[in-house]
Design a protein around this ligand. Structure first.
Ligand SMILES: Nc1ncnc2c1ncn2[C@@H]1O[C@H](COP(=O)(O)OP(=O)(O)OP(=O)(O)O)[C@@H](O)[C@H]1O
Length: 234
């Protein structure tokens, strides 16, 4: 599905990613774990094409993405939910979802109905201005809007940051369901180890712009290994 080889990228002339390599299979979920500022968001932004590939290769289903811009990568089936969600805050929930249907405006009504079935909490909120929703509700709208584009790979940047546990559980349930029903692949940046461990097949430990090891969440002692890696006690 996705192959990243020797990827280097950064901001201006400042390098952040230094030869990142990993692959992701269809329907697989991998987590990116690391301390603040180690390059996890930068890696997602390089994959979606917001940042240039300085060297290396990103390919999806055997096709190189290097020459494609963000729209081209979205067309190739990659969806991105950035940190901070980036909703159109003055627009209603419904209008935001419609914006997510840009690939197929004619099918927008049916797609929005599918999203409401997946996120029933949004039914009551459809006509509300997005900026007036709680952080968790906004996160659900951002995820639903991304899914309106029918991606087969989603990049999620800290979806649980600052949101209430019940909405975290809803997000986990939806992601598990989408993996099962649509074979969705996921790359998830998260600081919340329980969240990562509840859904990821593998977790890549990121340090100073490189993937330095792979943690198997099913392995004995893996949560302790992860906590030690990011420097939290217990
Ligand atoms: N827009 C930007 N311009 C310049 N440097 C940036 C920019 N965004 C991030 N950086 C720098 O790139 C490095 C990696 O940042 P990045 O946001 O990828 O880290 P992260 O691992 O996602 O951390 P966090 O968990 O804090 O989001 C940091 O040194 C950061 O200061």
């Amino acid at each position: 599905m996705l192959e990243v080889k020797g990827l280097s990228s950064g901001y201006g002339r400042v390098p952040v990613l230094r030869g990142v390599g990993f692959s992701l299979s269809d329907g697989e979920c991998i987590g990116l774990l690391g301390r603040n500022g180690m390059g996890k968001t930068t890696l997602l932004r390089a994959i979606i094409g917001e940042l240039p590939t300085w060297s290396g290769e990103i390919s999806k289903s055997g096709q190189s993405l290097n020459g494609r811009n963000t729209q081209g990568r979205a067309k190739a089936g990659i969806g991105y939910v950035p940190q901070g969600k980036q909703l159109f805050k003055l627009l209603t929930v419904q209008e935001n979802l419609r914006m997510g249907c840009v690939k197929n405006f004619r099918g927008a009504d049916a797609k929005i109905q599918q999203m409401l079935a997946l996120f029933p909490r949004l039914v009551q909120l459809l006509d509300r201005q997005s900026g007036m929703l709680s952080g968790g509700e906004q996160q659900l709208v951002a995820l639903a809007r991304c899914l309106c584009g029918d991606p087969d790979l989603v990049l999620l940047d800290e979806p649980t940051e600052g949101i209430q546990p019940s909405i975290c559980d809803e997000i986990i349930d939806v992601l598990i369901r989408l993996r099962k029903e649509r074979n969705l692949s996921i790359i998830l940046v998260e600081q919340d180890i329980d969240f990562l461990w509840s859904i990821c097949d593998r977790v890549l430990a990121v340090d100073k712009g490189s993937v330095v090891r792979t943690i198997d969440p099913k392995a004995h002692g893996s949560t302790e290994e992860a906590k030690a890696f990011i420097g939290i006690e217990g």
